[in-house]
Design a protein around this ligand. Structure first.
Ligand code: ADP
Length: 523
C-alpha cells in the first residue's frame, strides 16, 4: 500500500514538474499506471479530456522510444514544439518534410536522442522505417484516434488496419496505449481485439460534456443562423455543412451580413485553406464555415459554438465535431439545424461509396440514429450517451430539457399509427404508412388495397408531414423500429404492445394552437 502511494505521489510530482498540472484528470492516472506496468490499454476519453498526457508522461519515464501514431499531421508540429518547450525531446516525420529532413530525424530516433517520435500510420510501411526499428528499442506505441482501426467506426482507415499486423512482427512487443474520444461498444471491442488489449484494460471516463448545451432547431435554418451570429458575432465558432456548394452559399450569406467569416473545404487550394485556417486560429475571423475536412487538426480551445447547418452522417461524427466547442471547459453550444431534405445528401454519400453492402447497411443504420436525435424529446446529452452505451442524468440545459411546451397525450394518435403499421404487414416505410393514414389517393395505395384497411384515412385532417413527424417521434422513442438498409421498413416494437392495449400512454411536447371559440350568439 505504502509503495503504491509512493508511486502515485511520484507520478503526481512528475505531472506537476513537467506539465504544470496539479491533478490528474479522470482516467489519466489509471491509464498511465497500466502503461508503466507494461499492460496494453484502451483509453476512451472525451475530446479535451487530456489524452496526450497518457502517453507523454510514460514516454519520459520509460527506457527506449515511444512511437506516437496519429493521422493528424497538422497537429504533430504543435505537439512536438510544445513538448520541446517543456524540455521533452520529441520529433515527428511526415509528408511536410523533405526526404533528407525525415532521414535526419529518423537517425536521431535510432541513436536514442528522442523519447517520442510522431508519425502517420502510412509511414510504418516504408523501408526507412523498418530500418530504424532494427536499431531502436521500441517500448511504447501510442495510437491516437484509435477508432480509425475499426470497420464499424465512422472514420475507418485501412492504414490503421495495417498497423495491427505491423505490431505483431516484434519479438518483444512494445506496450500499446490506444486512445479515442468516440467509440461505441462494438468499436471498442474491435479495437481491443485488433490491438490485443484485454477487455478489463479499457478505461472509459464519462462521455458527457458538462459544459456543452445541445440544441436542435427545426425551422427557418438560415434565419436562425443569421440571428444567432448577429448576437454572438464576437465569439469564435464553426458552422459545418455537408457539401462544398452549401459551404460557399453560407459563406456568401454570412459575408453579406458583414460577419467576419472564412471558409474551408477540400475543393480550395491548399494555400487558401491554410490562410483561412490561420486567420481563424489567430482570431482574425470569428466564424469558419466548413465541410468536415476542417477540424481534425484544429486545436482551438476557445470555440463557443459549433453549428451543423446540415445533419451529419452519424452520431460519432456529430459528437466529435460538436465536441470541438468548449475544449477549455467554458459553457458552449452545439446546435443542429435540422432539415429533412439534408438526409438525402448523407444517403447519397453512402450510396455512392465503394464500401461493401454490409458496411453500407451499417452506415444507413447510423444515419437513422442520427436522424432520431433530431426527433427525440429525451435529454439530447442522454441520447448521445445512450448511443455510446452509457447512461446519464438529464443535463438541464439542452433544447429538450428546456422545452417548456405542454406534454400532450397523443396515445390515440400513436395507436392509429402503430396499428396501421401492423395492418400493413410491417413491410413498408414511413412514406407509405403516412399516406395510408392521411387517406391519400396515391395509386400504390389502391394497388395494395390499403384503402380498404380500417386505418385508412384515420388521420385525414393531418398533413403528411405532420404524420411523418409523429412517426419519427415514435421511432425516436422506440415504439417503432426500422429495418436495416437504404429503404427502412417500419415495424412495431415490444414496448408498443402496451400502448396498443391502452396500458401505456404516450406523451409528446408540442405547440398547442389554442382555438378561439366564438360564441355565435354574441353576434
Ligand atoms: P484530447 O487529446 O483528449 O482532446 P489534450 O491532450 O489535447 O486532449 O488536452 C486537452 C487540454 O487539457 C490541453 O490544453 C491540456 O494541456 C489540458 N490538460 C491535460 N491534462 C490536464 C490535467 N491533468 N490538468 C489540467 N489540464 C490538463
Amino acid at each position: 500500500m505504502e509503495r503504491c502511494n509512493k508511486a502515485m505521489n511520484e507520478l503526481k510530482q512528475r505531472l506537476k514538474q513537467t506539465f504544470g498540472y496539479d491533478q490528474f484528470r479522470p482516467g489519466q492516472e489509471a491509464i498511465i499506471e497500466r502503461v508503466l506496468n507494461g499492460e496494453n490499454v484502451l483509453g476512451i476519453m472525451p475530446t479535451g479530456g487530456g489524452k496526450s498526457v497518457c502517453y507523454q508522461l510514460p514516454a519520459m519515464m520509460m527506457e527506449g522510444l515511444t512511437l506516437v501514431i496519429s493521422p493528424l499531421i497538422s497537429l504533430m508540429k504543435d505537439q512536438v514544439d510544445s513538448l520541446n518547450e517543456m524540455g521533452i525531446s520529441a520529433t515527428y516525420v511526415n509528408s511536410s518534410l523533405s526526404f533528407a529532413e525525415s532521414q535526419q530525424r529518423l537517425g536521431m530516433a535510432a541513436r536514442g536522442e528522442v523519447s517520442l517520435l510522431y508519425v502517420a500510420p502510412e509511414r510504418l510501411a516504408t523501408k526507412e522505417f523498418t530500418e530504424l526499428l532494427r536499431h531502436v528499442t521500441l517500448s511504447l506505441v501510442a495510437i491516437d484516434e484509435a477508432h480509425c482501426i475499426s470497420h464499424w467506426g465512422h472514420d475507418f482507415r485501412p492504414s490503421y488496419l495495417y498497423l495491427a499486423q505491423w505490431l505483431q512482427q516484434f519479438a518483444t512487443t512494445p506496450t500499446i496505449v490506444a486512445l479515442t474520444a468516440t467509440a461505441t461498444p462494438e468499436v471498442a471491442q474491435d479495437i481491443c481485439q485488433l490491438l490485443m488489449i484485454a477487455p478489463e484494460q479499457v478505461i472509459q471516463t464519462g462521455f458527457a460534456r458538462e459544459n456543452l448545451a445541445f440544441q436542435v432547431v427545426k425551422d427557418q435554418k438560415d434565419v436562425y443562423l443569421l440571428e444567432y451570429l448577429k448576437v454572438n458575432h464576437k465569439q469564435s465558432g464553426i458552422v459545418y455543412a455537408s457539401t462544398r456548394k452549401e459551404v460557399e452559399r453560407l459563406y456568401h450569406l454570412l459575408q453579406h451580413q458583414k460577419i467576419a467569416v472564412g471558409m474551408y473545404h477540400g475543393g480550395m487550394s491548399e494555400e487558401a485553406r491554410s490562410r483561412n485556417q490561420d486567420a481563424f486560429l489567430y482570431d482574425q475571423i470569428q466564424v469558419m464555415v466548413a465541410t468536415n475536412a476542417f477540424g481534425m487538426g484544429i486545436n482551438k480551445s476557445n470555440l463557443r459554438f459549433v453549428i451543423h447547418a446540415q445533419i451529419p452522417g452519424n452520431i460519432e461524427s456529430y459528437y466529435q465535431e460538436a465536441g470541438r466547442a468548449g475544449r477549455d471547459g467554458l459553457p458552449s453550444e452545439a446546435i443542429l439545424l435540422y432539415g429533412a431534405q439534408d438526409l438525402q445528401i448523407q444517403q447519397f454519400f453512402i450510396e455512392q461509396s465503394e464500401a461493401t453492402i454490409d458496411y453500407k447497411q451499417n452506415e444507413y443504420l447510423k444515419l437513422r440514429e442520427m436522424n432520431q436525435y433530431a426527433h427525440t424529446q429525451m435529454c439530447l446529452q442522454c441520447y448521445i450517451l445512450r448511443y455510446f452505451g452509457e447512461t446519464g442524468t438529464a443535463c438541464g440545459k439542452c433544447s429538450n430539457c428546456l422545452d417548456e411546451r405542454e406534454a400532450i397525450d397523443v396515445t390515440q394518435e400513436a395507436q392509429k399509427v402503430l396499428s396501421c403499421v401492423k395492418r400493413m404487414g410491417e413491410r413498408f416505410g414511413k412514406g407509405l404508412v403516412s399516406k395510408v393514414l392521411t387517406g391519400s389517393k396515391d395509386q400504390k395505395i389502391s394497388q395494395w388495397k390499403f384503402d380498404q384497411l380500417t386505418t385508412y384515412g384515420l388521420l385525414a385532417t393531418w398533413s403528411q408531414k405532420e404524420v411523418t413527424d409523429l412517426i419519427d417521434y415514435l421511432t425516436a422513442e422506440q415504439y417503432l423500429m426500422l429495418s436495416e438498409g437504404q429503404y427502412p421498413l417500419l415495424s412495431v416494437s415490444a414496448s408498443s404492445v402496451d400502448v396498443l392495449r391502452g396500458k401505456q400512454r404516450v406523451y409528446r411536447k408540442q405547440t398547442v394552437v389554442k382555438q378561439l371559440i366564438i360564441d355565435d350568439e354574441l353576434f
